[in-house]
Design a protein. Structure first.
Length: 180
């Protein structure tokens, strides 16, 4: 395996998200289950890690485990807000954020993972309550991302299920490689 292939495998341990085909109702339901279970799986993944382990990057040039943990509620708060905007406004244009810069702020570099896991847990409880209540026509609602273009809730739910699994795999695969 070349170093480029290895880097890609470490960056995308579950593969890149593909939204080439619309998600079926069954796939949306599976995505919601994934979102619902993420906080407990994340808590389990980081349980008993030492400060040194938390501050280990999941790959060369990548974020530390601690930064990944803090990134998840940052990102998912944005995703939840985008979906609520799409449900309450007609094709709103959302505001992107600089996730790489957010990951370099002191709360992401030094904060206890438990803080972000608690935030993620509460957020996902509300988010899943909302997602499970959506009617089929609401899954077709859209918002506009200035860079990514128009996005439909149906696929956006799938994207965030993938996003959680993607970052969880960064942690679990690092633990396997390191024998933690």
């Amino acid at each position: 395996m070349t170093s480029t292939e290895e880097t890609e495998r470490l960056r995308y341990p579950i593969g890149k998200y593909s939204h080439a085909t619309p998600l079926t109702d069954e796939q949306v339901a599976e995505a919601i289950l994934s979102i619902a279970g993420l906080p407990s799986r994340l808590q389990e993944a980081v349980a008993n890690l030492t400060p040194t382990q938390l501050d280990t990057p999941y790959r060369d040039g990548g974020w530390t485990v601690r930064q990944v943990v803090h990134h998840l509620p940052d990102s998912h708060l944005n995703g939840y807000t985008r979906q609520k905007l799409a449900l309450t406004e007609e094709n709103p244009t959302i505001r992107p954020y600089r996730e790489g810069e957010w990951a370099m702020l002191p709360d992401s570099l030094q904060g206890a993972p438990e803080i972000s896991i608690a935030l993620l847990t509460a957020l996902h409880q509300r988010w899943v309550l909302l997602l499970r209540s959506l009617q089929p026509q609401q899954l077709e609602r859209r918002f506009i991302h200035p860079v990514g273009g128009e996005q439909r809730l149906r696929e956006h739910i799938g994207l965030y299920a993938w996003h959680g699994e993607h970052h969880l795999a960064h942690i679990t695969e690092l633990k396997k490689r390191k024998g933690w």
